[in-house]
Design a binder for this molecule. Structure first.
Ligand SMILES: *Cc1c(COP(=O)(O)O)cnc(C)c1O
Length: 839
């Protein structure tokens, strides 16, 4: 006799978070107790919650070690092509839960921790985020590591181990205050220092030209100490390595020939060298660029770790045959690690004594460059005089590259002096600078943008001269997000509900979400999707109440705008809409929280907090409209707010947001998007159908047209009474009566130098928000649109993105290595080889 399974029974069959075997649970408890005792030297009488977190982290880590060693043994043995992903940022967030999920240990750990009388969520909350990134670019690198391991690619993340990550943001009286992110204070159970692999990195000095070639001499040495972090793939026994470099002063650094007085000073001076990896620069899409100092330690930092990756290519030079298929691919995450290009050339030419042309062929075949922005202020231009002092040999090599590059162009376009000027790696006029994007394009065999619309702008506008020269070099690789962290980990309710309907394989192959289309009219499924969202909202509302002491109505629409504060992302336009809703009291449908995030950025933050203060304390508005500034936005906060969101704000000026990845996280987690035709929003609309997103405002062509006509903010202000009212209120001190002039710079900017044209899209935005409010009143129609979006989100898995990089740029096959589980013995022949290599 068969009967329908109950909800609970069906859930039990879902194993995407791992199978709970009694042995597994017992082993985890033993590991936990062993580490509490021997690693942390505590017993249950005196252990703190942090001790318990650390004990669990070590117990889980034990399950990584065998797989990590074995994966690396396999790479050594089978010698597949290696992929080095070079990035100055890896925005990893927390590691514990991600590791449990990818190893299939989540359920077993939950049970073990429960049996030990502890609270898993409380322990998870103790882990510090690894905040080694500013935003999208750094988080992309982290998602890519997860996908590369899941696809079985022999990949390495290479970057810098900043002692202090992105600052912690505090809001005091509505103003941003920064606090240092001392993330390593309590130790980091996930990293392993490798002092035995420490390498010297040279700076300064001078170049001697001898008969045997160039010699870089009299340099100052800084040591690069690598720390390895395991990167597990999802349920495939693969564990890759993220290697982050830390700067150390050598023992003879200023310590030679001291007398007693100088000795102390010499020891203190070691900090100078070690400052290189001290702190992540809070610099995203050009913000703070102008505030950045001559930056010699910042540039040292940029070149330090990434040199090491170039060095990985070096021992392989003799094995590179036949060209052009080197056994190493190096992907540059934006231009920040660009110096790896002249560094690899230096190794080939000066040390390996390869002829220039051969060295250049291999270098170009090895490197590929990903462009992340077209905003001119964010395109790096390093001053020549700085590079000349810091890396004199590299500057010579860059000049040589440039000479050959310009000769080539001159041969193709005789007498086109202007073209030579536009395409040079060196910008003359004023301070001489190296155009780092030009260096990357010339030194790579592939250049890609990160969404269709962005790649098109890269090819036809920003680098059109280079595309005319080598059109086949330019590609698109639309960004993606890992469904492990951004669904399984952050939204287990939805992940399991989907698995009940379409099975579990979608976690590895997100395109299978299209199967959900079958259930768009299934009333039970619609109710279940709505219920999961409601539960997530209730949970987030409780979190807000605890952290911010604000009560929000969990049945109101959670309208969320989370991303770094930047003028182009137009948090100001959202703010004007909030003021407009406030002025229209009572609002049509109740709304919940809004946004987190140099002078303008800080003023925008202050403005949002000031408006929030007035709106939230107006008795007429009551609980109908609440504005909450989410302090200290970071990966672990994104994991909480995104699953609880109804409406995702993606409202950048068309042509400015290269891709966005926040937009994809919201789509996958059952939020609807209000957005412009910018970045990956365009492809989200393509996948889901434009009628299933709230698309508004100027397209790229409209922005171009408006630029030609001349954008006149005053005209919109004169024509739109609600815009005029909102601006007048902000300008006259309605929200800041004690300081009526507080926002005069913001208002002045909006009228006279708003490059991102907030007023031009205001009307369309407000009208579109009215449509959103109307649909939200019809809960069933809303949820059906949500389901259509989830079903269409498959394209935005970073697994798909990485497969495209592997096929089109790195020329490697995913998954041709099958790593067996660590407890399964290898066959005897294999064991012999491995014991041999290990010995
Ligand atoms: C995904 C993510 C971002 C990028 O968001 P966008 O909306 O694409 O700018 C920034 N910060 C964090 C913490 C993220 O998780």
């Amino acid at each position: 006799m068969s009967r329908p399974l109950s909800d609970q029974e069906r859930r039990k069959q879902i194993s995407i978070r791992g199978i709970v075997g009694a042995e597994n649970v017992a082993e985890l408890k033993r590991g936990f107790n062993r580490h509490l005792h021997f690693t942390l030297v505590k017993d249950r009488n005196v252990a703190t919650p942090r001790d318990y977190y650390q004990a669990l982290a070590h117990a889980v880590r034990d399950h990584l070690v065998g797989r990590w060693l074995r994966t690396q043994q396999y790479y050594y043995e089978k010698d597949p092509k290696r992929i080095y992903y070079l990035s100055l940022e890896f925005y990893m967030g927390r590691t514990l839960q991600n590791t449990m999920i990818n190893l299939g240990l989540q359920n077993a750990c939950d049970e073990a921790i429960y049996q030990l009388g502890l609270d898993m969520e409380e322990l998870e909350e103790i882990e510090e985020d690894a905040g080694l990134g500013n935003g999208g670019l750094g988080r992309l690198a982290a998602c890519f590591l997860d996908s590369m391991a899941t696809l079985g690619l022999a990949a390495y993340g290479y970057g810098i181990r900043y002692e202090y990550g992105i600052f912690n943001q505090k809001i005091r009286d509505g103003w941003q205050v920064e606090e240092a992110d001392d993330w390593l204070r309590h130790g980091n159970p996930w990293e392993k220092a490798r002092p035995e692999y420490m390498l010297p990195v040279h700076f300064y000095g001078r170049v001697e030209h001898t008969a045997a070639g160039a010699k870089w001499v009299d340099t100052q040495v800084v040591l690069a100490l690598p720390y390895d972090t395991p990167v597990p793939g999802y349920m495939n026994n693969t564990v890759n390595t993220m290697r982050l470099w830390s700067a150390r002063a050598p023992n003879d650094f200023n310590l030679r020939d001291f007398n007693v007085g100088d000795y102390i000073q010499a020891v203190l001076d070691r900090n100078l060298a070690e400052n290189i990896s001290r702190v992540l620069y809070p610099n995203d899409n050009g913000w703070l660029k102008t505030a950045e100092q001559p930056l010699s330690s910042g540039h040292c930092r940029d070149v330090l770790g990434v040199f090491q990756a170039a060095r990985m290519g070096c021992p392989r030079v003799p094995h590179v045959s036949p060209l052009p298929s080197p056994q190493v691919a190096i992907q540059l995450n934006d231009t920040h690690p660009a110096m790896a290009i002249p560094e690899l050339m230096r190794i080939f030419v000066d040390i390996e004594k390869l002829p220039w042309n051969k060295a250049w062929d291999i270098t170009k075949q090895t490197f590929a460059y990903t462009n992340h922005t077209v905003l001119p202020e964010a395109l790096e231009r390093w001053p020549v005089d700085l590079v000349e002092k810091l890396l004199p040999r590299h500057l010579q090599i860059i000049y040589e590259i440039n000479q050959r590059h310009l000769d080539h162009i001159a041969s193709l376009f005789p007498n086109d002096v202007d073209r030579l000027r536009r395409m040079s790696l060196i910008e003359e006029g004023g301070t001489k600078r190296i155009n780092m994007a030009h260096l990357c394009i010339v030194g790579s065999h592939a250049v890609n943008g990160v969404a269709k619309i962005h790649s098109e702008i890269v090819k036809t506008q920003v680098f059109k001269d280079f595309a005319a020269l080598e059109p086949e070099k330019f590609q698109n690789k639309t960004n993606g997000i890992t469904p492990r962290r951004w669904l399984l980990l952050c939204n287990p309710g939805l992940a399991e509900l989907i698995a009940e309907k379409i099975g579990e394989d979608y976690v590895r192959d997100l395109s299978q979400l299209t199967k959900l289309h079958e259930f768009v009219d299934d009333d039970l499924f619609i109710r279940e999707v709505a219920k999961v969202k409601q539960e997530n909202k209730v949970k987030f509302a409780l979190y807000l109440e605890k952290e911010y002491k604000v009560k929000i109505n969990p049945s109101s629409m959670f309208d969320v705008h989370v991303k770094r504060i930047h003028e182009y992302k137009r948090q100001l336009m959202n703010c004007l809409h909030i003021v407009t809703m406030y002025n229209r009291k009572p609002p049509r449908a109740p709304r919940g929280p809004a946004a987190p995030g140099y002078h303008m950025a800080k003023m925008i933050i202050k403005l949002i907090n000031t408006v929030a203060q007035v709106v939230n304390n107006d008795p007429v508005v009551g609980s109908k409209l609440k504005v909450i500034f989410l302090e200290n936005y970071r990966v672990s906060l994104a994991e909480k707010v995104i699953p609880a969101t109804d409406l995702s704000e993606q409202i950048s000026t068309a042509g400015t947001e290269a891709s966005g990845t926040g937009n994809m996280k919201f789509m996958l987690n059952g939020a609807l998007t209000i957005g412009t035709m910018d970045g990956a929003n365009v492809e989200m609309a393509e996948e889901a159908g434009e009628e299933n997103l709230f698309i508004f405002g100027m397209r790229v062509e409209d922005v171009t047209e408006l630029d030609r006509e001349g954008y006149n903010a005053q005209e919109y202000y004169n024509r739109l009474p609600e815009l005029k009212q909102a601006i007048d209120q902000i300008k006259s001190g309605f929200f800041s009566p004690d300081e009526p002039d507080l926002f005069k710079d913001v208002v002045n900017m909006l009228f006279h130098h708003d490059r991102f044209k907030v007023f031009a899209d205001y009307e369309a935005y407000v009208k579109c928000q009215e449509k959103v409010s109307e649909l939200y009143l019809n809960s069933k129609a809303w949820t059906k649109m949500v389901i259509r979006n989830i079903a269409a989100a498959g394209k935005f898995s970073s697994d798909r993105t990485i497969k495209e990089y592997a096929r089109d740029i790195w020329h490697v096959e995913p998954s041709d290595l099958k790593i067996p589980p660590p407890n399964e013995p290898r066959d005897a022949a294999e064991d012999k080889t491995l014991n041999g290599t290990a010995a």
